[in-house]
Design a protein around this ligand. Structure first.
Ligand code: BLA
Length: 237
């Protein structure tokens, strides 16, 4: 379901000058104990970004996932780009979340960086399920305009590809525009907020138990701490 989107994302990153970075072999790719699930990841170094990661999971016809997070450099206080797409094949159920994840919830900050996302939210009115969050707090690291859809095959197949491309373009456009604007926060503040984001996400991520089921608890712990949210193990802030 998400293979074309994965290709579009990785090609887009390469187009921006992205270079693949080293990921330890056991985390880069893993096949489940039963042989039915396969997870692959990419770590990219992209100009003006500190870290951009991409993960694709295929668990037979049960579940497919495309997950990506892009952290701008500490000198740039732009929101973190977060994408989490899940397709439950047997149930024919889509969960799609795409957001400019705000570092802070101040009105000035939201006014400054979220115009592009607001326009997408107006355009794609099916992606407005944000009152439907059970695991995460919608007021922490999610924006009021998060594109969030719990949908069916038609939404996944017909609408999502367009939403996905428009979202990527909107984030990169915002990025270009704000490079000429003075940041609100300095690099040390941004770093502190990136650390908090990783700690918060590592605590909540529903992926951990899912991965533990497929690939074992030890692998799941390592993947979460070393690849998905490496700053979550930082001691001092
Ligand atoms: C939900 N994400 C989920 C769920 C799973 C994953 C299993 C629960 C599905 C459900 O609610 O029915 C799975 N998350 C993963 C996997 C990875 C992962 C496999 O990170 C592996 C790499 N999640 C993110 C990012 C965002 C995000 C970057 O990782 C932001 C865009 C959001 N995921 C997000 C939200 C939900 C979710 C908002 C719904 C959870 C809720 O209801 O609060």
């Amino acid at each position: 379901m998400f293979e074309p989107l994965l290709e579009e994302l990785n090609n887009n990153i390469i187009h921006q000058g992205g270079k693949e970075e080293y990921v330890p072999a056991h985390l880069k790719e893993c096949i489940s104990l039963k042989g039915t699930s396969h997870i692959r990841s990419w770590l990219w170094k992209v100009p003006k970004f500190r870290r951009w990661r991409v993960t694709s999971l295929k668990a037979g016809n049960k579940l497919e996932v495309l997950n990506s997070v892009a952290y701008p450099s500490y000198e740039i206080d732009l929101p973190i780009m977060g994408i989490d797409l899940l397709w439950f094949g047997q149930k024919q159920k889509l969960v799609a979340v795409l957001d400019f994840q705000p570092l802070i919830q101040d009105q000035d900050y939201l006014d400054k960086y979220f115009g592009g996302l607001q326009r997408l939210r107006d355009k794609f009115s099916d992606f407005n399920d944000n009152n439907n969050m059970k695991v995460y707090d919608p007021n922490q690291y999610f924006s009021p305009w998060v594109l969030f859809c719990r949908g069916d095959f038609q939404k996944a197949n017909e609408l999502l590809p367009n939403v996905f491309s428009s979202f990527l373009n909107a984030y990169l456009e915002t990025f270009k525009i704000v490079l000429s604007v003075k940041p609100e926060m300095d690099a040390s503040q941004v770093k502190k907020l990136h650390i908090e984001y990783d700690k918060y996400s590592a605590e909540r991520d529903p992926a951990h138990s899912l991965f533990a089921g497929f690939f074992g608890k030890k692998w799941s712990d390592d993947f979460l701490k070393q690849f998905l949210f490496p700053l979550s193990t930082t001691d001092a802030i």
